[in-house]
Design a protein around this ligand. Sequence first.
Ligand SMILES: Cc1cc2nc3c(=O)[nH]c(=O)nc-3n(C[C@H](O)[C@H](O)[C@H](O)COP(=O)(O)O)c2cc1C
Length: 160
Amino acid sequence: MLDRATRGIPADFLNSGESLNDLYLIIHAVDDIRPGAYYFRRDKRALELLKEGDFRREAGYLGLGQEIPADCSVNIYFLADLNRALERFGNRGYRAAQLEASIMGGKLYLAAYAQRLGASGLTFFDDDVTEFFSPHAAGKSVMFLLALGKSAKKRGLNVI
Ligand SMILES: Cc1cc2nc3c(=O)[nH]c(=O)nc-3n(C[C@H](O)[C@H](O)[C@H](O)COP(=O)(O)O)c2cc1C
């Protein structure tokens, strides 16, 4: 899903292969991957482990204390270096970074639903997310957060 969602979008503000956003993940429960915080190495199409551990409690806090980011299988955060984007594009840089993150997020939604997984866009404590992934993410700002997992609704656990 990460591979397919990060193959670039056609946009006048991006040269081929370029991206304004980096993907950071908190993995709780994904087959064959140890729980922990990861950075997606786009050049290698691989996950780089930043810190190993069960971060459900932290992810729940970072997602405004909601259940979904703690309970899901993986949280995917889109982080952009806004200073660089603003220097390059002026005020448009913020909109460009948001647009790119939302389109990549949209691709992940489609990839999830196609596999009958659940996906939910979430709000977050901006600076705390950057701090959680630092020093790697120092200076970057969060544009979007998407939680992926097996939907409780589909499992029949959350039908009201
Ligand atoms: C940028 C963005 C942020 C969102 N933040 C939250 C959030 O913090 N909490 C939440 O319950 N839904 C949030 N939503 C909405 C959910 O992604 C979802 O659409 C909503 O919970 C309805 O889901 P359902 O139709 O599966 O019930 C957000 C959506 C977007 C696009």
